[in-house]
Structure formats: structure tokens, C-alpha cells
Ligand binder design. Sequence first.
Ligand SMILES: [Zn+2]
Length: 288
Amino acid sequence: MAILDFLFQPKNELEEGGRSALPAQADESEPEKVCPNCHKSIPLSRIWAEQNLCSCGYHFRMNARQRLAITADAGTFAPLFDEVSSSDPLSFPGYRKKLETTQVSSRENEAVICGTARIEGEECCLFIMEPYFMMGSMGSAVGERITRLFEYATERRLPVVGFTVSGGARMQEGLVSLMQMAKTSAAVRRHSDAGLFYLTVLTDPTTGGVTASFAMEGDIILAEPGAVVGFAGARVIEQTTRKALPKGFQTAEFLLDHGFIDAIAPRRTQKKLISQLLSMHREARDNG
Ligand SMILES: [Zn+2]
């Protein structure tokens, strides 16, 4: 694995937890992205400098290292379980090659990063899923890392904060990936039974086996505005039930209205909110 180590170094100051090293002003040749909400074209560097937010409030997807940089206090993240990597239990055609190319393109060695960190001074275990690694799909390595993180947190009596983004179970690992739902859920339960706090932030999209396991098992469940959160896709449900789905179905706002999540957490105020919740539960634990 040492040969791949250089790939996983932070790419810039932003990833190390510092401020963005990217220019705030774009040059004319810079690639732009169109906001799906207000349809404005925005230079990529401006999007990155603004926490991947459009001025209209639209939340663009962000990679795990960017999220880490805006969430954890600078220099406090200590990675855990990086050595846990995917095998190819079914010898699924093309899977090994796909893993290799995805590791190079995403500069991550799996679809989740785990570790310990402080968030506005509050110590916690932290996992952040990576949308640019096979759409955050949950294979055996993702399940194992998250399970170990909960075990680590239980032993050390730490809360867990998790950011989810996932297309669901990783089909290339078949049943082995489905087993991760039970494995992670058991670890979450043991953490909960020890009286410890678990907070999830659902980001766009959180679906399939991840929704059906650790994403929805938080004591407090937050979601980013507009995030799609569901189990099966809306089209599949519509085709199966042969009924039109209500407007806004499977969005964070719809879920809030129907009692599935506790609050919408816009990115700009997320860190503050998470640290407040961590602080409240730490005080309750200290006093209890
Ligand atoms: Zn916009």
C-alpha cells in the first residue's frame, strides 16, 4: 500500500483543515458549473471557496476531505483504519480494476474516511463518506471501518459524528456488502447501549443499504437542505406502486415534515450546531 501513499496526501491547504488555497476570483478560462436551482454559471474556484454553496443556497456535493476541512478543527483529525481495504470476494468482473482507477481518481483508498477529531473543541469520532468513490457505496471495507470506529468510540467513551452520502450497498460485493448493514447496526447498538451519543448528517444522496442501516440510527439525525434521502429510488417506487409520488418526495424537507429526521442543517451553520449538540450530550454524560 505504501506505493499508493502519495495519492492520499492532502491535495491542498483546504484539505489539511486550513483555509482555501484556491483563488477566490476565477480567471476567464476556468471551468464553471451550472447551479441546478438558480441556473447561474459559477466558476469552480468560487464554489470551492464558498463551501460548495451557490449564492441561492443550493448545496453542491462535496468530497470527504473538503467536508473534513470545514467540519473538524484545523489539525485535529487523526485518521483511523486507513489500512482496511476492499477485497474482491466474488471475483466480480472488472471490480479490482475499478477499485484501482477509483483510488487514483478520488485520491481516497475507500469510500469512507474515519478518525478522531475535535469540532469547536468537542472531541469525537468522525466518519465522512466519499461521494467520488463509487458513489459512496458500502462494501466490506466501508462496513468494517465504520464498525471499528464505533467499537473504538465505545471503548473510549466518545461520541460519533457521521456524514453519509451513498448510492447504497456495493453490488460488486453482493451479499457481503448487504451483511455490512447488520454488522454496522450491531456496533451502533453497542455504542448506544453504553449511553453514548451518535449524530448523523445526511447529505445528498443518502440511499439504499446505508439509509437502511447506520444513516438512520443516529440519536440525532440532521440533513443538508435539499438532500435526497431514501431507500429505493423514486422511479422504482413509482413503477412498483403505480402511483404518482407527492411533490418533494425523498427530500430532506419532506422527511422533516414526516418525522424521519430532526432538523435541516445548512452547511454554513452546521459546525456550530454539531458542536452544540456534542457539548449538550457531553455535559449530560459528565453530570449523569
Ligand atoms: Zn444557485
